[in-house]
Ligand binder design. Structure first.
Ligand SMILES: [Zn+2]
Length: 446
């Protein structure tokens, strides 16, 4: 790994979590709530509807009294008050950049940033996440816009701020990505689907990925990096070190960054955002403790333009709160899946990415590719759940494989599957984000 100091901001990154909460997060939270209520008609109305006044919020213990904010409310507000909606809390003269989130579950939503939001908050968070992942002076990093529009903005600047050289490349240009790596880039930021696509591309072009000299890969955009079989495939093919990063434009991109100990992504926005976990079905808060799972809820505590308070991310995660070997005290997570993708099969919550992890354990007998066949809109799905799984062309005993896969899914994820084995290369490969569910029904247009 790069030889550089361990932390970008040691006092904050190693501060005891109770001290951080009391001395740093609580005063910033109170200041932010005051700011939001003074400047955002959206939150003034939300607090009023909940019977809350500024004086009712006296500390972090009152956070759970504030109602959640969901993405649809922001979209509705933006439709009525274009472009940023009524939760915009600053004048237009202060807005420097606007991002939009992908509209996979509806119309896109827009997020605005002031100079302070961009430079003092986002850039600081992203730089901390990249530094935590072992990047620093002397690294040359390829970023493809496949990772999303954010690669061109704060991510690029974050790598540069900590001393890396960046090589931003347009999407759909794998030739150029490989050439850049051959010419001396040692780092890559991409989606796990794209990294796997590169492995296939290299083998079809007669190139050994391990010979390219890529040593650090950071993946984002989908849960692949947290699936052991996929991570191992990427690491061994490139002989590289894989870390993960994640975030959301409503709070900050790269709010989570994995350190070189590879035991989940650290929160890298210690003094900029609060995180909570809730039960997605009841909305009840869950106490943060080692190994717990739930949906992430965020509150910005240092955001000028479009701040959100108790924002439901729909990201379902597992969290660890123990101190990491790297010395950082912030909680670590792995993303299990989107709450929206969660299936409920005979009362059991099942995430498509968890199915992918089980199927991945059967490599090289399977290719690891699968497609859940969903007959009706979820989250409720009937058992047995039909799943197409690709077998590898190298194996012969299909009958045993099918029953072994079905029993592994039953044992590990507690649901019944009906596996249909299909030949290698049958299921689609994705250059950006993989899709694990095929909807066999007509979707209503939003
Ligand atoms: Zn760590």
């Amino acid at each position: 790994m790069t030889n550089h100091p361990k932390y970008l901001n040691e006092p904050i990154e190693t501060m005891n979590s109770d001290e951080l909460r009391e001395k740093v997060q609580q005063p910033k939270f109170l200041k932010q709530i005051k700011y939001v209520l003074s400047n955002s008609p959206f939150y003034r109305k939300k607090f009023k509807d909940a019977g809350l006044e500024l004086g009712d919020i006296t500390g972090l213990r009152d956070l759970s009294r504030i109602p959640f904010t969901v993405k649809d409310e922001i979209r509705e507000s933006q439709a009525k008050f274009p472009l940023l909606g009524e939760h915009m809390a600053c004048g237009w003269e202060k807005v420097r950049r606007i991002y939009s989130s992908s509209g996979t579950t509806g119309r896109p939503a827009f997020m605005g940033l002031t100079h302070h939001d961009l430079v003092n908050v986002w850039l600081e968070i992203a730089s901390r996440a990249r530094y935590c992942g072992g990047y620093g002076s002397g690294d040359r990093v390829v970023l493809t816009v496949n990772i999303g529009p954010f690669a061109a903005g704060s991510e690029l600047t974050a790598f540069e701020k900590i001393g890396c050289t960046t090589v931003p490349l347009p999407p759909g240009n794998t030739d150029r990505v490989i050439t850049a790596i051959q010419l001396g880039a040692n780092g890559l930021l991409a989606t796990p689907s794209y990294v796997q696509y590169l492995i296939t591309w290299c083998s079809q072009s007669g190139i050994d990925p391990a010979s390219l000299g890529l040593r650090k890969i950071t993946v984002s955009g989908e849960p692949g990096g947290s699936i052991p079989a996929i991570r191992e495939k990427m690491q061994s093919a490139f002989n590289a070190f894989v870390t993960e990063t994640a975030g959301l434009a409503d709070i900050a991109m790269s709010i989570w960054g994995e350190c070189v100990h590879q035991c989940g992504m650290h929160l890298c926005a210690q003094e900029f955002a609060l995180v909570e976990l809730i039960d997605p079905t009841t909305g009840r808060s869950i106490e943060l403790q080692e190994g717990i799972t739930g949906e992430l809820v965020y509150t910005a505590i240092d955001r000028e333009c479009t701040p959100v308070v108790r924002f439901r991310s729909r990201d379902h995660v597992q969290m660890w709160t123990s101190k990491c070997e790297c010395g950082r005290t912030s909680p670590r997570i792995r993303i299990i899946g989107r709450t929206d993708d969660m299936l409920i099969i005979q009362g059991v919550n099942v995430f498509p990415s968890a199915i992918k992890a089980v199927v991945g354990d059967f490599k090289p007998r399977t290719t690891g590719e699968l497609e859940i066949q969903l007959a009706e809109p979820g989250p409720a799905a009937k058992a047995p759940l039909p799943i197409k799984i690709e077998y590898s062309s190298q194996i012969g005993d299909l009958e045993n494989l099918k029953s072994e896969l079905e029993s592994a899914l039953r044992e590990k994820l507690v649901f019944r599957a009906q596996v249909q084995l299909v030949p290698e290369g049958t299921l689609p490969r994705y250059e950006y984000k993989g899709k694990l569910i095929r909807k066999l029904y007509e979707e209503k247009q939003p």
